[in-house]
Design a binder for this molecule. Structure first.
Ligand SMILES: *Cc1c(COP(=O)(O)O)cnc(C)c1O
Length: 365
């Protein structure tokens, strides 16, 4: 059986280094908001090319805290609108609604699965304060076109970088494309911890300061609270683990790019639509999502060949029970994507034979 993802095998080569890092934290006797976090924040900011990185509890919180901080800074207010892609993982949208802001959904481009920049402007009102770009599946969704629209209407550009660590646009890294970015460091993401973790990156000193206060009860100095904050901290163990893993991120991304190249070259089947990418650096292939007309049949066929597939995602946000109020809204491109996408296994520890097996099975469908 070729599993969809094998995190154990991916982490195994780093085991010794990771265990050493974990042991160091254990021995230090300091487990929350310490040297490991400060070090990791410095390293991750450097990696992204931003001035600041602030570690938080998870990816959803990273996004929530960005909007929360903008509210505290007086840049956004309850009821303001945020443009978000209709085609995303639900967390992107929950970050907006959690802050009592209003998500305004925009259809994606079928060729990229990312927000269609040509459809943004018509959704802008005098209440719009931000555009959220989600680099879905690991492909950069930001472009100069989006920045231009944001500048024209004085909007913030917020990146959901949960799936795109290391992806680049014109030499700049994901996380350093908009005004602020929220990254998930969930174990299966391109860059993941050994548990829950997240991080905010930005070049805005005020935003970084407010997010770091809010993540720790709104405190800017021990027992002095400026905001009604929350507890969403990135702990020392995960920070130490992430500092080790960051050294391997580029290598991991390159390994996945190589497999993606092989899939793109060798999968030839009229029933399957492959993703198309012009700039190789713009994609880190968190997921290799194809579209198949008879998706259930395709999944069954692959399973018979001993290959696990997964669907990202079967139900679009506007069709979720959680968003009953959107039930009657129609987003045909989003729905088409959610009805037909299916992801193939793609990770660095797949053997050459396993990669061939996936290709052969796709071509035999
Ligand atoms: C994983 C993910 C998140 C949320 O991250 P968590 O760490 O699970 O909270 C947000 N947005 C997208 C696009 C994701 O894939």
């Amino acid at each position: 059986m070729i599993p969809f993802l094998d995190l154990k095998s991916l982490n195994a080569p780093m085991k010794k280094e990771l265990m050493k890092a974990i042991e160091n934290v254990f021995d230090s006797g300091w487990y929350i908001l310490g040297r490991q976090l400060i070090l990791f924040e410095k390293e991750f900011a450097k990696y992204c090319g931003t001035r600041y990185a602030v570690g938080v509890g998870n990816g959803l919180d990273a996004l929530i805290l960005i909007f929360r901080a903008y509210k505290e800074m007086g840049i956004m207010r309850e009821g303001d609108e945020v443009i978000v892609p209709a085609n995303t993982y639900i967390a992107s949208i929950l970050a907006v609604t959690e802050n009592r802001l209003k998500p305004v959904l925009v259809e994606p481009d079928l060729a990229t699965y990312n927000i269609d920049p040509d459809l943004i402007e018509e959704k802008i009102t005098d209440k719009t304060r931000a555009i959220m770009v989600v680099h879905l599946y690991g492909r950069v969704g930001y472009s100069d076109k989006i920045r231009k629209i944001a500048d024209k209407y004085n909007l913030k550009v917020i990146e959901d970088g949960a799936q795109s660590h290391g992806a680049e646009y014109k030499g700049r890294k994901s996380g350093n494309l908009g005004d602020a970015a929220g990254h998930s460091l969930y174990p299966s993401k391109p860059f993941g911890a050994l548990g829950d973790a997240g991080v905010v990156t930005t070049n805005d000193p005020k935003l970084a300061e407010v997010v770091s206060a809010i993540r720790n009860y709104g405190s800017y100095k021990k027992y002095y609270n400026r905001y009604k904050g929350v507890n969403s901290r990135l702990d020392e163990l995960q920070a130490a683990v992430l500092s080790v893993k960051l050294k391997y991120l580029d290598k991991d991304n390159d390994e996945r790019r190589k497999i993606a190249d092989l899939y793109l070259e060798s999968i030839k089947n009229k029933k399957i639509a492959l993703p198309q990418v012009k700039d190789k650096k713009s994609h880190v292939w968190h997921l290799f999502a194809i579209r198949a007309k008879d998706r259930e049949q395709f999944a069954e066929h692959m399973l018979k060949k001993g290959i696990e597939t997964l669907i990202h995602y079967p139900v679009p946000p506007h069709k979720q029970e959680a968003f009953k109020e959107w039930k009657s809204q129609k987003y045909p491109i989003t729905e088409e994507i959610h009805d037909t996408v299916i992801s193939l296994p793609l990770y660095g520890t797949m053997t050459k034979r396993q990669i061939e097996q996936v290709i052969e099975a796709c071509n035999a469908f």
